[in-house]
Write a protein that binds this ligand. Sequence first.
Ligand code: SF4
Length: 347
Amino acid sequence: MSLASADDALTGALLGWYDRHRRVLPWRAPAGRRADPYHVWLSEIMLQQTTVATVKSYFDDFVARWPRVEDLAAADLDAVLHAWQGLGYYARARNLHKCAKAVAGDHGGRFPDTEAGLLSLPGVGPYTAAAIAAIAFDVSASPVDGNIERVTARLRRISEPLPDGKKAIQAAARDLTPNARPGDFAQAMMDLGAMVCTPRAPKCDLCPWHDPCLARVAGDAENLPHRAPKAAKPTRHGVVFWIEDATDRVLLRRRPEAGLLGGMMEFPSTDWREAPWGAGEAMVQAPLDAVWVQAGEVRHTFTHFHLHLDVLRGKRDGGAGTWIHPRDFHALALPTLMKKVVKAALG
Ligand code: SF4
């Protein structure tokens, strides 16, 4: 069999399997129909940080509130951040809103239909551009998410450890991508990775690529893709100042737009640094003078570091700043870390 016909056979086997077993997902079009680019974009941004099961309810909520990209563009940023709560990485939600504004304002409400055009949008990287181009516009593009990475590494038995091995996997995925039905092909790879070629105990007997899969033949599918060992995460330390006025309102401030939890509301704190804080030096960074008592501590893990916060509680008669009663916190887009602070402070 020639190389071209071998690849045609691979494509045909996978698309045949997809036609019988494809997942029904809220952002996916029925068989034979093109998906709405707004739905594909929204789901792909949400899926970058969590699972399909979690994203479904967020996706339904967003589409119910903002049925078109123009509606999302016109929404208040705080409302978008609030609806995003629980999906993590708020920078993505801010970029989502920026991107909606760009599509509504600069592109007449229509997403660009090429990878290059999509890449020019805020918050859209190479993976997302390829996914939208393939799924919404049937462009022969090759998005490589975690599922496609695993399936491709096993099919072609690519053993170079990640992250360096990504290049070889992406090249192999590009070689596999057909000109006909590329959107279905990408989604078929995603479904195969989610349902059959799972990280643990892949169900090779049910796989349309059972025969040509090199890792299955070699018996090492479950070990692929290999990963380079991760460096240990450092721990940073900070002190949070929970300050109440005479009516139990609490002082909050907004974080700078750039950086971690950018633009989110927080309780004032010291810097977060590698050395633990002594009581005296922490007080220098308190926004107001007060008599402090230790209220509790919080532990949280971000992608690149663990954080340990001591929570100090103090009373003041108020002053400049944003004072909000805890009963009204539900209306704020408080990140998970700050919700932990609330719990520690209020016991
Ligand atoms: Fe994955 Fe097994 Fe299919 Fe290979 S044969 S792609 S390892 S499920």
